[in-house]
Design a protein around this ligand. Structure first.
Ligand code: TXA
Ligand code: MG
Length: 326
């Protein structure tokens, strides 16, 4: 039996313990509505460095700063454009991260040396409660080792970061299962740096202007690299036609379409997972399913190519990264 050294915190006592650890400058795994985060006081260089150490993340990869409320924005950002207030009103608390000019008085350890800062108000009730009690911001990247899959349950945090952090607060499975949308408001025109649960269509509607997509701009985002969000088993996407004519022995397979699931030989195998035709449900299950199949030490993971539509944009983005074909 594996003995884990990460303490799994639950209930109101667990919440108080998480707050106490964070106040003392420790990093703690916390549930968000997107994926689990590895949180520490954003305004403490010492605490923030602990995050970089625990993740094995290079110091120039900036972290997202999670705010208790929009009132904390001016502490972290400067030159805040008017559009921020519209977006905050519409999408916060929630899975939208805004890239803004950093307030020069704040340290640049959390922003990886940059003069910009990525901020969001998360909607998970436990994360919000922790933020409210601390009354200050928490830096939190996804709670996984550098370049690996983001965890969507407390157990996945334990599996990935055991021995590296003292505790994780269990808030159940993440609602969205994919990281937040990142919108750059520093560039001349708003640009999506990372697709996520908040789609381009709803952002354009709220802003009343068109938004550039990833790849159509040249702003370097450290997360926007190939070989990110990756399982250890080689993974690739394949069309339905190719999939149903393949010999899938020793392969892990993820399908979205009911037809494909029905036509796939060997579809009753535990290595074959039929997720959902609904992109929200598919996204919620994706990382956990990839993590489960990854543990089975299969030769390869095959994912049925999803529709190339806006509703599947974040999923297609993560599948490209997971397969290293970004
Ligand atoms: O849903 C999420 O956003 C989760 C939860 C925990 O909130 N967090 C998350 O953090 O995905 P992380 O660190 O795994 O990804 C944050 C991304 C990285 O690709 C990072 O490079 C980018 O945001 N980022 C953060 N601050 C930035 C900045 N100042 N300039 C450019 N990119 C930035
Ligand atoms: Mg991450």
């Amino acid at each position: 039996m594996t003995i884990h050294t990460i303490k799994k915190l639950r209930g109101s006592q667990g919440l108080s313990e998480a707050v106490a650890l964070l106040r003392a400058g420790e990093c703690v795994g916390l549930p968000t509505e997107t994926v689990y985060g590895l949180a520490a006081l954003a305004d403490s260089d010492h605490a923030v460095r602990r995050i970089f150490d625990a993740k094995g993340r290079p110091a120039d990869h900036p972290l997202i700063v999670h705010l208790p409320s929009v009132e904390h924005l001016a502490f972290w950002a400067s030159d805040i454009p008017a559009s921020v207030w519209v977006l905050a009103e519409t999408f916060w608390p929630g899975p939208l991260t805004l890239l803004l000019r950093k307030n020069r008085q704040r340290s640049d350890v959390v922003t990886g040396g940059r003069d910009t800062v990525a901020v969001r108000v998360p909607s998970h009730p436990l994360f919000l409660e922790v933020l409210t009690r601390l009354d200050q911001a928490l830096a939190a990247p996804s709670a996984n080792l550098y370049r690996q899959l983001s965890p969507t349950t407390a157990d996945q945090v334990v599996a990935g970061l055991d021995g590296r952090i003292p505790a994780v607060l269990d808030g159940g499975p993440s609602e969205f299962g994919l990281e937040s949308t990142i919108l750059d408001l520093v560039a001349d025109r708003p640009a999506i740096l990372r697709s996520g649960p908040v789609g381009r269509d709803v952002l354009e509607k709220a802003l009343g202007e068109t938004i550039l997509l990833p790849g159509s701009h040249d702003v370097a985002v450290p997360g926007n690299v190939a070989a990110h969000y990756q399982p250890k088993t080689p993974m690739r996407t394949v069309s339905k036609q190719d999939l149903i004519s393949m010999d899938i022995g020793e392969m892990g397979v993820i399908v979205w379409s009911r037809d494909t699931a029905a036509e796939l030989p060997g579809s009753a195998s535990p290595c074959v997972r039929d997720l959902s035709e609904d992109p929200v449900e598919f996204g919620r299950a994706l990382y956990q399913t990839l993590a489960e199949l990854d543990r089975m030490e299969l030769k390869q993971l095959l994912v049925e190519m999803p529709p190339q539509t806006e509703a599947w944009a974040a999923i297609n983005d993560r599948l490209r990264r997971a397969s290293g074909t970004f």
